[in-house]
Design a protein around this ligand. Structure first.
Ligand code: G6P
Length: 349
């Protein structure tokens, strides 16, 4: 068992440490991505469909396709697809993201979309149902993922989405993607600090994660990881929505993880940090290591490479958040690999 885990205590921790190589291996798919983009031809609209962590990867896709290419993009939860199918037609590309390629809701939506739009599945498991049913397929090269909570497959899904955007009109992304594994490795080196931080917040009942723009999906995914493996209530929120509800729940000592990479949203997020701080929140800042303004506002600070800007941040900023949830889970005496009530693959509707 220990051998299978490569010397790590849990599969989840091993899989987080495999993220740099999962991204590197996925980046070798460039020719496949170019081939699929050529086959697909003209696209006027994108519609992502997915569940869980794959849904959060899809949300990053919306910011990329709309922000970098100006292509209108919908993101639909697979279980809601039949009630709200977006605008499908022969110039719409419907992208189905699934680690397993077997999630029932995602497969049902794929079947329904096949006759109405171009369909592309982005999948980790070779030969899975989604790969047989979609018109086009791209693989993430994460290798098998055993931990129920998705980690290395999430960053691999993001990598394929960024490559797709690069191939469809933003080639400058590729240079920056090439440096992501190195940025991740640097983030992984700070694990001791995160373990210490986890020890100080393992007995709280609520956690908030806030971010704007590209950091918003990271806030949602950070909160999902926490819920899944620690059973602490974690809520991800767009920083600007705080005052429309969650601010009422902020009290002395409530941890608020503020995700604020360098970029156009930075200062706005900082004012949200000031708002929660004024109400007694314990701010855990996640930003550039040279971000003195965030560091000053934060009780705890997780610093990442200053060259990681907001656009590329979803790939790198999630790493310390996964580690944080992992160490809080262990601190609480739980098994992060096997969260109660959850399955790796949900084959029922
Ligand atoms: C389950 C898993 C999650 C995963 C989701 C979607 O809930 O526990 O980790 O994100 O299904 O799975 P898929 O295989 O379609 O990506």
């Amino acid at each position: 068992d220990m051998a299978e885990k490569g010397g790590y205590d849990h599969f989840m921790l091993k899989e987080i440490h495999e993220e740099p190589s999962a991204v590197r291996d996925t980046l070798t798919e460039w020719d496949e991505v170019l081939g699929v983009v050529e086959e697909i031809g003209e696209v006027e609209r994108i519609c992502f469909v997915a569940c869980g962590t794959s849904y959060h990867a899809s949300l990053v896709g919306k910011y990329l396709f709309e922000g970098l290419l100006g292509i209108p993009t919908d993101v639909i939860l697979a279980s809601e697809f039949r009630y709200s199918a977006g605008a499908l037609n022969d110039r719409t590309l419907a992208i189905f993201i699934s680690q397993s390629g077997e999630t029932a809701d995602t497969l049902n939506a794929l079947r329904a979309a096949n006759s109405r739009a171009k369909t592309l599945a982005i999948v980790n498991v070779l030969g899975s149902s989604a790969t047989r049913e979609a018109q086009h397929v791209l693989y993430t090269r994460a290798g098998p993922e055993i931990g129920v909570a998705a980690t290395k497959t999430y960053v691999s899904q993001l990598t394929v989405i960024y490559m797709l955007v690069a191939a469809m009109g933003a080639p400058e992304l590729m240079d920056r993607l090439g440096r992501v594994p190195e940025f991740m490795e640097r983030a992984l080196k700070d694990e001791d600090g995160i373990r210490e931080l986890a020890a100080t917040c393992s007995d709280v009942s609520d956690f908030f994660f806030i971010g704007r723009g590209f950091a918003y999906p990271t806030a949602l995914e950070g909160a999902l990881k926490l819920k899944e493996i620690t059973y602490i209530h974690g809520e991800g929120y767009a920083a600007g929505e705080l005052k429309h509800g969650p601010l009422a729940l902020i009290d002395n000592g409530v941890p608020v993880v503020a995700i604020s990479p360098p970029g156009p949203c930075h200062d706005k997020t900082l004012s949200n940090v000031e708002e929660v701080r004024a109400r007694g929140a314990r701010v855990i800042g996640v930003g550039s290591i040279s971000d003195e303004s965030l560091r000053k506002e934060a009780d705890d600070f997780i610093g990442l490479d200053p060259e990681v800007d907001d656009v590329i941040s979803p790939l790198v900023y999630i790493v310390p958040l996964q580690l944080l949830s992992y160490h809080v889970s262990v601190e609480r005496g739980l098994d992060p690999d096997k969260p109660k009530n959850l399955a790796k693959c949900v084959t029922v509707e």
